[in-house]
Design a protein around this ligand. Structure first.
Ligand code: PLP
Length: 375
């Protein structure tokens, strides 16, 4: 029986018990947020309308949107003249929408290709204009991100796009890329509000909420005035940032549930010390796990040390055959969601904001026992 979660082995787990969840997304949320969702389902904010049954045009729901917007701005220190949007379609839609809005067919855009998601972002941008990888580490298995000086943004490029945290490979930028004065675009899906990020140094940031910010189905997009001013005319309505900006993200029916959860996650962040405390907690969790990975050659961490991710920790076992045993025994010990992405294999522990330190302690303790048993 797991003392922290009150959960026994999967299958015999009591109803309502929660495992240690290391899923890469949708991912574990703070239990208090899950409970707030439960409580709001029949009756949101004493309105008599259930959370899933309230019109987005009511003052009750408008309060939720206003609250979520204000918390995003406060917690992430979004400059006043930047626009905050809650959109749908996931980050995968943003791969295309960013290029469609900011790039013309005869213009150039540069990409740092540091993993599968930046490959996909580049593929979509190529549909719009002359988009190119100016750094691509695919041949080396995406073990690191580039340092400033390893790439040069083309003179005529409109923007530089990068992925701050590579969810599949477990690598992360720990510095700001050099866009050479061009617009800087960021896919921050898997580390927003979990690591330091200077929003004012970027022109467009997008992040699906289902890892660090809440539930799936809502995508946070933040635009600088410089980026918004580039948006072309006569774009398809739903793909036009100006349409969503001028309607405060309520042009059509938004993901009301997702916005509610996002507001509650930011409320939880604020009540638990804000961004700084969240960053410190994530450093502590990942530090604990990397210390175990570095302790013995039994484990083989994937990422180069200076590119290691604080949010997604990826590794292999020296003997490949032990990986499936590890995953099965971990599940039986109530440690779930540890299977590496299919394009990489191995093991991955995602340590997003909602993942408590106790879960990482339980994982490390399991790893010590596993090594003792199988080496
Ligand atoms: C860094 C990154 N970008 C983009 C995506 C795609 O997000 P979505 O599935 O919301 O389209 C993911 C999903 O895991 C991701 O981790």
């Amino acid at each position: 029986m797991n003392s922290k979660t009150g959960a026994g082995a999967l299958g015999s787990m009591p109803r309502g018990a929660r495992i240690h969840n290391f899923s890469a997304g949708p991912a574990v949320l703070p239990l208090s947020v899950v409970e707030e969702c439960r409580d709001a389902l029949p009756n949101l904010s004493e309105s008599g309308f259930g959370l899933l049954e309230v019109s987005h045009r009511t003052p009750t729901f408008q309060n939720v949107v206003n609250s979520a917007m204000a918390r995003v701005r406060r917690t992430l220190s979004v400059p006043e003249d930047y626009t905050v949007l809650f959109l749908q379609g996931g980050a995968s839609l943003q791969f295309y929408m960013t290029a469609l809005n900011l790039l013309r067919p005869d213009e150039q855009a540069d990409y740092l290709v540091t993993g599968g998601w930046s490959q996909r972002a580049l593929k979509e941008a190529k549909r719009v204009g002359d988009a190119q990888a100016i750094w691509d580490d695919s041949e080396n298995g995406f073990r690191r991100v580039p340092q400033v000086g390893e790439y040069t943004v083309r003179d005529d490029a409109v923007y530089l796009h990068y992925t701050s945290n590579n969810t599949l490979y477990g690598t992360q930028f720990h510095h700001l890329p050099d866009s050479g004065g061009k617009l800087l675009l960021l896919d921050a899906c898997s580390d927003i509000a979990g690591v330091p990020c200077d929003i004012s140094a970027h022109d467009l940031i997008y992040a699906g909420a289902q890892k660090n910010l809440g539930a799936t189905g809502v995508t946070l997009v933040i635009l600088s005035p410089r980026a918004l001013s580039r948006v072309g005319d006569d774009l398809p309505t739903m793909l036009d940032y100006n349409v969503h900006a001028s309607n405060d993200s309520l042009f059509n029916t938004p993901n009301t549930f997702g916005i509610f959860v996002l507001d509650r996650v930011f409320n939880w962040l604020e009540e638990n010390g804000g961004l700084e405390a969240s960053i410190a907690r994530n450093r502590e969790k990942s530090g604990l796990l990397y210390a175990e990975l570095d302790r013995t050659n039994f484990w083989r961490p994937h990422a180069d040390k200076d590119s290691r991710s604080v949010m997604n920790v990826t590794w292999f076992i020296h003997d490949d055959a032990l990986e499936s045993v590890f995953l099965a025994e971990a599940e039986a010990a109530d440690l779930g969601g540890l299977k590496g992405h299919k394009s990489v294999g191995g093991i991955r522990a995602s340590l997003y904001n909602g993942c408590p330190l106790e879960s990482v302690e339980a994982l490390v303790s399991f790893m010590l026992d596993f090594e003792a048993e199988h080496s």
